[in-house]
Design a protein around this ligand. Structure first.
Ligand SMILES: *Cc1c(COP(=O)(O)O)cnc(C)c1O
Length: 221
């Protein structure tokens, strides 16, 4: 496990690229082992798995929620979650705002964009994303406890490398457009979360700033 970590780290040369170790389905002992080698950022995709892990593990771990989040579950993670990668509706953003405010916190959020050809993947299309952003521009006071820090996307699960590359490329272009139009003087908008075990190298070439890697670190699930 440590070897994989070092290998990925040394390949993630650009200093601005963050490694999110995806620890879903892994026991706390394995997470702790990686933590003891210096990995402090972990991603989980389910609230009911994240909460007990948060409670059992060291408090300086940065927890990222990377999977689909139901509005009625935001309250269980709002006191500690560092970043939500999977904001896919205005309703969800508003609930995160409500719960973050209750906890007197600001929660970093990424807007999840649907870039894959597959029907099953969550995420907004360009239109839904624009509507959400316009709403936050018109009513900024209603969104003081969420900070939109960038975009996230998952490519199609395929061996077709050029298709994966095209999907990441599209997301990077969208990211550049959004940053220019909505966040030009806001340096916190800087994250492009794309790339998993199978495709993170392509994602890095296409401009990813956060890779979410599970099986390469922990072994096959
Ligand atoms: C599981 C998961 C990952 C990591 O997948 P691996 O193939 O194990 O690297 C990344 N992102 C999301 C949203 C996931 O659910």
């Amino acid at each position: 496990m440590g070897e994989a970590l070092q290998k990925i780290r040394s390949g993630l040369l650009p200093a601005h690229v963050q490694l999110v170790a995806v620890s879903k389905t892994r026991p706390v002992e394995q997470i702790l082992a990686l933590y003891q080698q210096g990995q402090k950022v972990f991603g989980e995709n389910k609230v009911q798995e994240l909460v007990p892990k948060y409670e059992a593990l060291p408090r300086d771990i940065e927890w990222h929620l990377i999977g689909h989040l139901q509005t009625n579950k935001v309250k269980y993670i709002a006191s500690f979650v560092h970043m939500v990668h999977s904001v896919d509706s205005l309703k969800l953003l508003q609930e995160i705002e409500r719960q973050a405010k209750k906890n007197n916190r600001v929660i970093s959020c990424l807007l999840q964009i649907h870039i894959a050809k597959e029907e099953t993947k969550f995420g907004m299309d360009d239109n839904e994303m624009t509507q959400l952003l316009e709403e936050t521009v018109v009513h900024p006071d209603n969104y003081r406890h969420v900070q939109i820090a960038g975009l996230m996307g998952m490519a199609t699960n395929t061996g077709n490398e050029s298709q994966v590359r095209n999907e990441f490329h599209h997301l990077k272009q969208l990211y550049d457009t959004v940053r220019k139009k909505y966040f030009s003087f806001q340096p916190h908008f800087k994250e492009l979360s794309m790339g998993m075990s199978a495709d993170y190298k392509i994602a890095l070439e296409e401009g990813s700033t956060m890779v979410r890697i599970g099986s390469l670190l922990f072994g096959a699930r």
